[in-house]
Write a protein that binds this ligand. Sequence first.
Ligand SMILES: Cc1ncc(COP(=O)(O)O)c(C=O)c1O
Length: 401
Amino acid sequence: MKKPDSDRPAGFSTRAIHEGYDPASHHGSINPPVYLNATYSFDSIAQGQQRFSGETPGYIYARVGNPTQSVLEERLASLEGGEAAVAVASGMGAITALLWSFVQSGDEIIADKTLYGCTFAFMGEGLSHFGVKVFFVDLTEPDALEAAITPATRFVFFETPTNPNMRVIDIVQVSQLAHAHNARVIVDNTYGTPYLQRPLEYGADFVVHSMTKYLSGHGDLIAGAIIGGADDMLSVRSVGLKHMTGAVLSPFDSFLLLRGIKTLELRMVRHCESALALARQIESHPVVESVYYPGLESHPQYSLACQQMSAFGGMIALELSGGYEAGVRFMDAVQLAQRAVSLGDAETLVQHPASMTHNNYTEEEREVHDISLGLVRISVGLENIEDLSADILQALDQATG
Ligand SMILES: Cc1ncc(COP(=O)(O)O)c(C=O)c1O
C-alpha cells in the first residue's frame, strides 16, 4: 500500500481498502482478481520440491492458499493488529481448525459459560470424543478462572460481548491470568469486529471470527478467520486447514469479503449509533424487564466495555416479561425486521434463542448459561432508525399480551 507520509500509520479504513494489494502489479485493476483455480504449476521439479518443503513461498494447491485469499488474509491481519491470518470457509471452520491444530487428548480447555450454540456443541460434545476436556466457567469472575485452571489447560476461549446475552469479559485480566498458567487465549471477536475492539492488543493470543457477520456485512456468504502469530498461523494452515478440516474459503467469497470490509468502519458507525438509540428507547417499555447493551450505563460491565471497545456494536439482547410466550409474540409481530438467525447484515434480524439457536439446550443448561425463555436478540441493521424503532416498539406492544 503506497501513501504519501509513510511515517504515520495508515488509518483503519485506509487499510481496509488498500492493505495487501497493489493495482500496479495487476494491470491497474482496482479490485484484486479472483483466481478461480484449484492447482498451480511449477517451473521445475526443483521449484515444486522447495514449495512442498516450505523452503520457498508460493502456491501449491488451493486448499492451502489462493492469491485472492492472501490479499484478504493480509488485510485481516493488519486490521486486527496480528502478524498473520488464515481465512477459512466458516466461523465454525475457524474455531475447529485452530483447536485441531494444537490440542491433544488429555488437554483441557476453559471456555466461558455463554457461547454461540454450535461453538458450545463443539466444545461440550465434539472435543470430548477425542479426550479433550472442556470446562465452562463464568469468565466475568476472575476467581472462577483461577479455580478451574490446571497445568493441563492449553486454551481459554471466550466471546466478548457474548452471543446472545451481551456479557462483557475483561480481555486483559483473562489473558494475564491464563498466561501466568501457560495457557493461551482465544477471543471470538465476531460481535466486536476489529473496528471496535482488537483483542491481540489487550494480550489475547488468537482472534477468531465468523466473517459471515459484520466483516462480510451483506449476508451473502459463510466464512471465518483466525488471526495470530506468524508461526502459529503456519501451523493452522498446514494442519488445521489442510489436514484436519479442509475448510477452504472459495476465491469468490474471498473477493466478496474484500468488498465488504472496505465499508466496515462506515457500517459499524451506523450499527453502533442506531443500536444505542434503540436500546435507550426500548429500556423504558413496560414489557421489557432488562436491556443488555454494553453502551447503556445500566449494563453490569459498562465501564469495562468503555475501556476495551471504542463503541458498543450493533447487537442488543432484551429480556421480556412473560417469558417464552412473550418472546414468540414479539417475534411474530415484527414487520420490517426479519425473523432470522445470523447477524451483522444491512437488514435488522431478530431471533429468540430459546426457540431457535439454543433450543438444543436443556432447561438446566439454559439456566447455567443465562439463556432465559424471554430473551430476544436484535441485530440492528442499517435501515433508518425512525422506521426501525417504530417496528420494534409496535412489536413490543404486541408482546405484552
Ligand atoms: C459469535 C459467533 N461465533 C461463531 C459463529 C459461527 O460462525 P459461522 O456460522 O460462520 O460458522 C457464530 C455464528 O453465528 C457466532 O455468532
